[in-house]
Design a protein. Structure first.
Length: 321
């Protein structure tokens, strides 16, 4: 939250995705070279630094831009986003407040929303509620107001002590981890999720996504431990069983154990196509072709055009006896 992602609308207002607009412009990364650039070039360079998570560089350039546009809510808001990127939520709140003071009416709702997020992440729950209440009035679309109402409900629970103070920050960091996944930055996702797992140790979604990050990083033992923690917290977390099966099947080569996890996945979700298919693979590797065929037939019953199942059936049925 707060970070401009490659697939987000470009902040320059072109209507293009960020990766196809300002991010593509090949400016030098050295911030010392910005002094001779025009305002648009400086802004594009600052947004490029943001996309690369070079928050300090981006802030330096935005500060230079502010010399010519001291009342630009866009620039001040972007600086607030940089402080969010650095996880300095108090400083981010300060800059969102400054942006709000000079914003146009059309910009107010989004800035109030971001202000509410940064205040909540810094533990200023009452002030966050105040910002979200104003944001709800500023937004007009029913779905946007519905989202804010849910946030306000959660903040009220935190304020009353029914939820811990860290719960909102934990959700924000989990969403940021999803953004890291989108950017294929699995190392940063793992670091972020490790941090919040100690903060929110009973959240199965954190451990599941930490397992996914470890799997992408080929840290298989750590991934297995995270997925095991996931199902310990939530015994019906179906995809955790599937991922455990995949690791035991592909990297550990423990086919019996893999089969056990695929079995558990389909016991909770009988229409889990991938799990049925991989059960077939495990059975074949264990030497039980008949059961493998049964699993691939089940796969085709659920997904008649499944190419892998069709190819596997054709292959084993054409084997010389």
């Amino acid at each position: 939250m707060g970070t401009i992602l490659r697939n987000s609308p470009c902040p320059c207002g072109s209507g293009k995705k960020f990766k196809n607009c300002c991010l593509e412009k090949q400016f030098p990364s050295d911030t010392q070279q910005t002094s001779d650039d025009g305002p648009q070039e400086k802004m594009a360079l600052a947004y490029k630094a943001m996309s690369e998570k070079r928050w300090h560089d981006a802030l330096t350039i935005f500060e230079e831009c502010l010399e010519d546009q001291s009342d630009s809510a866009q620039i001040i808001g972007a600086m607030a986003s940089c402080y969010e990127g650095e996880e300095d939520f108090l400083r981010a709140s300060e800059f969102y407040e400054k942006a709000l003071a000079v914003s146009k009416h059309s910009e107010t709702a989004q800035i109030l929303y971001r202000l509410g997020v940064s205040r909540a992440c810094s533990g200023r729950i009452e002030k966050s509620i105040e910002a979200f209440e104003k944001a709800k009035e500023a937004f007009h679309a029913p779905q946007e107001r519905e989202v804010i109402e849910k946030i306000l409900e959660e903040l009220s629970q935190i304020k009353s002590g029914d939820k811990p103070l860290y719960s909102f920050l934990s959700q924000v960091q989990l969403q940021r981890a999803f953004s890291d996944f989108d950017d294929e930055d699995y190392e940063n996702a793992a670091i972020r999720l490790e941090k919040i797992s100690s903060m929110d140790p009973n959240n199965s979604a954190i451990y599941y996504n930490l397992g996914v990050a470890y799997a992408f990083l080929k840290r298989d033992d750590a991934a297995l431990a995270s997925f095991e923690k996931t199902i310990a917290l939530d015994p019906e977390y179906v995809t955790a069983y599937y991922n455990l099966g995949q690791i035991y099947l592909i990297t550990k080569r423990d086919f019996s154990r893999a089969l056990n996890y695929f079995d558990r996945a389909v016991s909770f979700r009988d229409n889990y196509i991938g799990a049925h298919h991989q059960k077939g693979v495990a059975y074949e590797l264990l030497g039980d072709t008949e059961k493998a065929i049964q699993c691939w037939n089940k796969t085709l019953e659920l997904d008649p055009g499944n190419k892998q199942a069709l190819e596997n059936l054709q292959r084993v049925q054409n084997k010389p006896s």
